[in-house]
Design a protein around this ligand. Structure first.
Ligand code: NI
Ligand code: MN
Length: 231
């Protein structure tokens, strides 16, 4: 079963299954400097939220309301989204799995913060930052790390779920950079890694080429926003 993966810039991805079922990870459309101009999301069955920072949650509310998407997030962030009028949230926590359409999503750990900025400038508690393992109906698994540093328990993700594809942040400053991501590649043992969360803003200086130089055993696949990759 081939799925179509499209990077929508920064930490946002669209995954389309063969029957058209569509998953959006960390939706940031409006104001995303790396969003592919003119790209339109025409279906959204599931939204996966790694954490509550604006560059990961910004368009979750309008997308969920437009498409009636199931929104998966950690419990506190899901609760916040519910208070904002999203009636299709399914809050969960780390180590748990749930069905989302035809895939199974398992929430993993991430080393990052998770405050949610309110319009009045305050920051509310959003639970903890997380990642996801997505298990396709035929059994292949991919790992979407969200924003994180490397952590030794990535070895547990490898042992438990054996992801063959991993999405890892490499930009530095707000997440790990290539040095740390190279160790993440070794711990995760995924054949292919898609770098994300780099280049969007000047401080995000990590580059796929730098990661590839350090992670020689892993295929580092740099996507172009808006151009689908079939996996
Ligand atoms: Ni973040
Ligand atoms: Mn971020």
């Amino acid at each position: 079963m081939a799925i179509e993966i499209t990077w929508l810039g920064h930490g946002t991805f669209q995954l389309v299954l063969p029957d058209g079922e569509t998953i959006i990870c960390d939706p940031w459309l409006t104001g995303n400097p790396a969003y592919p101009a003119g790209f339109e999301i025409t279906r959204c069955d599931t939204i996966l939220i790694s954490h509550g920072h604006f560059d990961h949650i910004h368009d979750a509310i309008p997308l969920a309301k437009k498409f009636g998407s199931k929104v998966v997030a950690i419990y506190e962030t899901a609760h916040w989204l519910g208070r904002k009028g999203v009636e299709t949230c399914s809050g969960m926590n780390k180590g748990g799995s749930q069905q989302a359409g035809s895939v199974t999503v398992t929430m993993t750990h991430a080393v990052h913060s998770c405050g949610i900025s309110e319009d009045d400038g305050s920051i509310v508690y959003g639970g903890e930052a997380a990642g996801y393992v997505i298990t396709l109906p035929e059994g292949r698994t991919l790992y979407f790390a969200g924003d994180t540093n490397v952590f030794s328990d990535m070895a547990l993700i490898a042992e438990l779920y054996k992801p063959s594809l991993a999405f890892l942040p490499i930009g530095d400053f707000y997440t790990m950079g290539p040095r740390e991501a190279a160790l993440a590649c070794r711990l995760l043992q995924a054949e292919t890694v898609i770098p994300m969360h780099f280049g969007t803003f000047p401080p995000l200086v990590g580059r796929p080429s730098a990661l590839q130089d350090l992670a020689v055993a892993t295929k580092i696949l740099e996507l172009t926003p808006g151009i689908p990759f079939t996996w």
